[in-house]
Design a protein around this ligand. Structure first.
Ligand code: TXA
Ligand code: MG
Length: 348
């Protein structure tokens, strides 16, 4: 398939709007458009069109039993597609538009191919202005998983989105780097009025606790799924975010990590906190890749997927990273890193 690639930032305002209208027309006629969001790039198709969802699964190489998030221009647009509740609106007024996805009972307006036959649908209202303009111009919700080949790290830059999606979609809207770099926080509303976090993100458990209580975190967020356990979110059971390079997490103090890196060959590489770079570079022959300051998890989050992809291009023999803390945004980072490393954690 021939993919039209449009670099929105290189266009004057008027032509940007024309490109967005064109992309909206592609969506309305059942085609696929890759577009930026504040979390990661999305691979979008009409959420009301069963065949668009099939095309999305095919373009990603994604199993069709892993449902899609529907994106809406305004929180209240969810009414037509899902059963909302006062708690949904409380979450919407606190966090939408923004990086939160809420699981709600689905209405018949959404085809089964989108929800993989579940009685629920995932709803998100992105804040990125390009995503918002595309949703408004389309006039229908857009089903969009992350714009990466299934199993690979999500794409957070236009370059990475083009690398994975060129030839598989009708159009790619390039709109700079994703500001947050990790996918949205996904929550399920529980019968007791609390929430369960199915996928942690930049909106943390503590943020959510200001709106609902209790806020639980699904076990599968950090542990592997036990045999036979039915995942709350089908995406939990798949291999995820994995670079091609063998990737290992190092669980230990700064000194232990330094000692471990000292034994590595030149062909290996390690994500390293900015404050440790100078010290570690004296100690190891491996390539050190700065990932940000330890105490700035937002920076670490923004860099993670991009650096995993860049590392694959370099062809290192193996890649290592320090295990992040579980606090706040750290939980989202840890969740993605543990999965990217396929649970290979080396305790030092
Ligand atoms: O930030 C994001 O959420 C990005 C951008 C593009 O919006 N999208 C994204 O989509 O990460 P995707 O498809 O890569 O991840 C969606 C996750 C999957 O793990 C899926 O299993 C889960 O949401 N999901 C979708 N519908 C669900 C439902 N009805 N119940 C439980 N989990 C659901
Ligand atoms: Mg994904």
């Amino acid at each position: 398939m021939k993919t039209e690639i449009v670099d929105l930032f290189s266009l004057p305002r008027r032509e940007q709007q024309d490109a967005i209208e064109k992309a909206a027309a592609v969506i309305r006629r059942g085609g696929l458009v890759v577009f930026p969001t504040e979390t990661v790039y999305g691979l979008g198709g009409a959420a009301t069109d069963p065949s668009a969802a099939e095309k999305i699964y095919a373009a990603k190489g994604r199993p069709a039993d892993n449902p899609l998030i529907i994106h809406v221009a305004e929180p209240e647009d969810a009414e037509t597609y899902a059963l909302t509740s006062p708690l949904y609106y409380a979450l919407a007024s606190a966090f939408m538009p923004g990086p939160l996805t809420v699981i709600l009972p689905v209405k018949e307006t959404i085809p089964k191919t989108v929800t993989a036959g579940l009685p629920t649908v995932a709803v998100r209202c992105p804040v990125n202005p390009i995503a918002h303009a595309l949703l408004e111009a389309s006039g229908i919700p857009i089903a969009a998983p992350s714009a990466n080949l299934s199993g690979s790290p999500s794409t957070t830059t236009a370059k990475d989105a083009v690398a994975d999606m060129q030839g598989r979609v009708d159009m790619i809207l390039c709109g700079g780097d994703s500001e947050l770099g990790l996918e949205s926080t996904i929550v399920k509303i529980d019968e007791d009025g609390g929430l369960t976090v199915l996928r942690p993100g930049v909106i943390t458990q503590k943020d959510l606790a200001a709106v609902a209580s209790p806020v639980r975190v699904a076990d599968a967020v950090l542990s592997g799924l036990k045999d036979g356990e039915t995942p709350l979110s089908p995406g939990m059971k798949y291999k995820h975010y994995a670079p091609r390079t063998p990737f290992f997490l190092l669980n230990g103090t700064k000194e232990k990590v330094k000692q471990y890196l000292a034994e590595l060959p030149r062909s290996a590489a390690a994500f390293t906190y900015a404050e440790d770079l100078a010290d570690f570079s004296q100690a190891t022959a491996a390539t050190l890749i700065p990932i940000g300051k330890k105490e700035e998890p937002k920076t670490l989050a923004r860099n993670l997927f991009r650096l995993l992809r860049e590392s694959d291009e370099e062809g290192y023999s193996a890649l290592y990273a320090p295990l992040p803390s579980q606090d706040g945004i750290g939980l989202a980072l840890l969740n993605r890193m543990v999965r990217a490393a396929a649970h290979h954690i080396i305790t030092l």
